[in-house]
Write a protein that binds this ligand. Structure first.
Ligand SMILES: Cc1cc2nc3c(=O)[nH]c(=O)nc-3n(C[C@H](O)[C@H](O)[C@H](O)COP(=O)(O)O)c2cc1C
Length: 296
């Protein structure tokens, strides 16, 4: 493996490794104003959410590696400690990129990038009308991590009010990621689009600790067919399922067919059972896979 010691590598190269490895990153489209009330709008992918009580967001307008100057957004939140963080969707990404251009302080990127302003209810900066989610925030702290080019400035924000467009909600009032169609930032000039085939579900472990891979029967754990993801799906149960747990699950026709074709050779029978279980797991039919593996 390539070993990278930040103390030994030029900052731009380190920056490149970091941005490619810590990815995809959500994008905060940060709207701020300066003391004179001039609007500023810039995207920041050093960004995430850190808690919901109080609702806490952090983004970082870093010191420029090139010349160690600071971004207008940082100056603005020092002058007026308020920000609206808007999300960036696929439809907005090219315009948001224009807003990342290095315009001088006082230039309004809403105008430059062609976005419309909506007034906020609790803070002075405007919301981006084209974005489906806006978070009105007060800045509670700015933590600088260094005074050299590349140094982070953690802008710690408390969300005072969140606005969510009806068009991105599902029937239960939750945000539907397919409707939201967010983009995220990766290394170099790559982005990714968080909708369509890129989305998949992973069932959360229950409140009880999961069985774990070490709790799987040896023949399953050491299977030459089942992958790490397959074993992870199987291990995400509270305990090894019993026959009673699985009595409502039907795999007998499949099992009978496998017995008929491979039953006279124990090794190929087990191999085929594992293959069939793998296909079931690919369709998230975990209980059927368990029953097949335990019966087979
Ligand atoms: C998608 C995207 C994400 C970005 N993320 C960051 C970031 O996290 N931190 C940063 O300092 N600059 C980031 N930039 C660059 C800033 O947007 C750019 O420097 C911008 O001009 C700063 O504007 P300002 O000086 O008006 O604050 C990003 C650019 C893009 C396009």
């Amino acid at each position: 493996m390539l070993i990278v010691d930040p103390a030994e590598v030029p900052v731009p190269r380190m920056h490149g490794y970091l941005l490619s490895a810590v990815a995809p990153r959500p994008i905060a489209f940060a709207s701020t104003v300066d003391a004179a009330g001039n609007a500023n709008l810039s995207p920041f992918s050093f960004f995430n959410a850190f808690g919901s009580r109080p609702v806490t967001l952090v983004f970082s307008p870093a010191r420029r590696v090139r010349d160690n100057t600071v971004k207008n957004t940082l100056d603005n939140v020092r002058e007026v400690p308020e920000v609206v963080i808007n999300v960036v969707t696929y439809d907005m990404v090219q315009q948001a990129n224009v807003a990342s251009s290095e315009y001088p302080k006082g230039i309004d990127e809403f105008v430059k990038a062609g976005f419309s302003k909506l007034p906020s209810l609790r803070v002075r900066p405007w919301r981006v009308a084209e974005s489906p989610v806006h978070m009105e925030c007060k800045v509670v702290e700015i933590k600088s991590m260094g005074e050299q080019g590349g140094g982070a400035n953690l802008v710690i924000c408390e969300v005072l009010l969140m606005h969510i467009a009806d068009r991105v909600l599902d029937a239960q009032g939750r945000i539907d990621p397919h409707k939201l169609d967010l983009v995220a930032r990766m290394g170099q000039d790559f982005y990714c689009r968080a909708s369509g085939a890129a989305l998949f579900r992973v069932p959360k472990p229950t409140d009880q600790p999961a069985l774990g891979l070490d709790g799987l029967p040896e023949a399953i754990r050491n299977s030459v067919v089942l992958s790490g993801n397959d074993l992870g799906l199987l291990a995400n149960v509270e305990r090894l399922p019993t026959a009673e747990d699985l009595q409502d699950v039907t795999v007998e026709p499949l099992l009978d067919e496998l017995r008929r074709r491979f039953g006279n050779d124990a090794e190929s029978f087990q191999y085929q059972c594992h293959l069939a279980a793998k296909r079931l797991l690919a369709e998230s039919r975990v209980r059927e896979a368990w029953k097949l593996l335990l019966s087979g």
